[in-house]
Design a binder for this molecule. Structure first.
Ligand SMILES: [Mn+2]
Length: 310
């Protein structure tokens, strides 16, 4: 029997991670005329991912907790700090991603990284380049992931290529106004009223192993920042607890207002003053607001890494 090859995104899976796994499995299976490629996620999918999979008639991928002895393709990430358990005992066959490369391996493998706004943008272009048919549901799925990762094109990570692909993918779908559809998605993302503090922090959270120590950087994208005002103290408390229990140098949570294009930062750190300096701001009571900051990978991580990873 053919050995399965699992295609899987990062921990705390976001829509792009899940949609990329689903789409790339479809692409590979079609291209190689097989069914060996299986999309997977590390854990339960988030609410907006559920909404999108439902809307375009896809099943949630199977959950894969341990990669040991499995063949794996990593999508939408490449850092071991962000991947599933057992990857050190797995056979990684390929990487498809749009983040900075921080990957070492003892074998030559296929690595495809482009500095575009979403992994699904790279994938959509691969379908077009290889003349592989994209049905309207798959177009809708990839479109949604690009809109999500680029904050409806407002993020500094969004490139001309992403915009071109958004237009192209929207055409065959029933989405007549992609901007309005994008806001509908972000309203679902923003509705975190029923979440615990820890669920909010961990909803879109990534670990980074910097020279100064372990950093956890979480982001919440919202259309209504004021919804969080009353919870900031509780969020900081939960972050403080998490920092001591899980040995973080720093935990940074930033709440991005996609309407006004800026982010509210909450910081718990062994050296909060220095985190503030790295961000170019003075923190007051572990908090600050920075206009224009919307992207973890293009803005926050480089600023923090410059100070704490040298
Ligand atoms: Mn992504």
């Amino acid at each position: 029997m053919l050995q399965k090859i699992y295609i899987i995104g990062h921990k705390s899976p976001d829509l792009d991670s899940v949609a990329a796994a689903v789409s790339y499995a479809d692409f590979k299976n079609k291209q190689e005329n097989t069914d060996a490629y299986v999309p997977a996620t590390t854990e339960d999918i988030n609410q907006v991912t559920k909404f999108v999979l439902d809307k375009f008639n896809f099943q949630a991928p199977e959950i894969l907790k341990d990669a040991e002895n499995k063949k794996i393709i990593l999508v939408d990430h490449n850092e071991f700090s962000q991947t599933l358990e057992g990857v050190d005992k797995a056979e990684i066959v390929e990487i498809l991603d749009h983040h900075k490369l921080n990957f070492k391996y003892d074998q030559p493998i296929v690595v495809n990284i482009k500095p575009w706004g979403a992994t699904c943008s790279i994938l959509a272009q691969m379908y077009f380049d290889n003349n592989i048919d994209i049905d309207k549901n798959l177009a809708g799925l990839m479109l949604s992931a690009i809109l999500d990762d680029t904050l409806i094109t407002k993020s500094p990570t969004c490139t001309g290529k992403d915009k071109e692909l958004i237009e192209k993918l929207a055409r065959p779908t029933d989405v007549s106004d992609w901007q309005a559809y994008g806001f509908e998605m972000f309203k679902i993302k923003s509705s975190v009223k029923d979440f615990t503090d820890l669920e909010i922090i961990k909803n879109d959270f990534k670990d980074f192993d910097f020279k100064a120590g372990k950093f956890g950087i979480g982001q919440v994208e919202t259309v209504d920042l004021s919804e969080f005002d009353a919870r900031e103290q509780d969020l900081l408390e939960a972050m403080r607890k998490m920092q001591s229990q899980e040995n973080y140098h720093s935990i940074i949570l930033f709440l991005t207002d996609i309407i006004n294009e800026g982010s509210r930062f909450l910081v718990i750190s062994n050296n909060a003053e220095k985190v503030g300096e790295a961000l170019g701001q003075k923190l007051e009571n572990n908090k600050t607001y920075i206009p224009g900051i919307m992207s973890r990978k293009k803005q926050v991580v480089p600023l923090i890494a410059k100070v704490f990873d040298k």
